[in-house]
Design a protein. Structure first.
Length: 205
């Protein structure tokens, strides 16, 4: 998916910078929600090195790692926001996702003039002009790039969590509710990074 048309359309409407946002980790039973915001200026056009950019879920681990490095090099700025399992349990996963998105934007040196967000919801209580795009990570280049940053960042966190809590095979399933993960959860009970309000975990507390 090498389609920069949506971004060009926004630039033609007079906006000089776009922040594209996606998240990783809404569904898992363990670990954080991670959001990423990649910023493109109106003179930016993707290089051939990013021809393979697509929804992060459709890429191999090897390809995602390669693209991650190039995205960090090419985009004007990249911000990442993280909300851990305790925040998810306290305010619910959707609100934690919005908070992670705001944190990602807060990491930037300058706020983009226009925000595009993957999914069906705009970021609430946020003053910047924005638009939510359903399946944006499959059809909008910059959102797909943000999905790669978010997914790669979260996976790396879960690899570190695997070292802290080796009983749960977080290196394999990254906290998602796979058959193996559920078996290990029943065997060992929840660990400190499990989401205690999620079905599959709360029954074991």
């Amino acid at each position: 998916m090498f389609n920069f048309a949506e971004e060009i359309k926004i630039f033609k409407n007079g906006y000089d910078s776009i922040g594209a946002i996606d998240e990783a980790g809404r569904g898992p039973l363990a670990g954080p929600v991670v959001a990423a915001c990649v910023v493109a200026k109106n003179d930016y056009r993707p290089s051939d090195k990013l021809k393979a950019v697509n929804d992060s879920k459709k890429l191999s681990v090897k390809k995602r790692k390669e693209l991650y490095t190039v995205i960090l090099e090419e985009f004007f700025e990249v911000g990442v926001g993280i909300c851990d399992c305790h925040v998810v349990d306290k305010i619910n996963v959707l609100q934690a996702t919005f908070l992670a998105m705001k944190k990602a934007i807060g990491q930037l040196k300058s706020k983009p003039a226009y925000i595009i967000v993957d999914g069906g919801f705009e970021i609430p209580n946020f003053s910047t002009k924005q638009r939510a795009i359903k399946k944006g990570d499959s059809i909008v280049f910059s959102i797909a790039a943000a999905s790669i940053i978010a997914k790669e960042t979260r996976d790396n966190i879960m690899l570190k969590m695997n070292e802290l809590y080796p009983n749960y095979a977080f290196d394999q399933h990254k906290g998602y509710g796979t058959k193996k993960h559920l078996e290990l959860l029943r065997q060992y009970g929840p660990c400190p990074i499990h989401r205690k309000t999620f079905a599959g975990v709360k029954e074991l507390i």
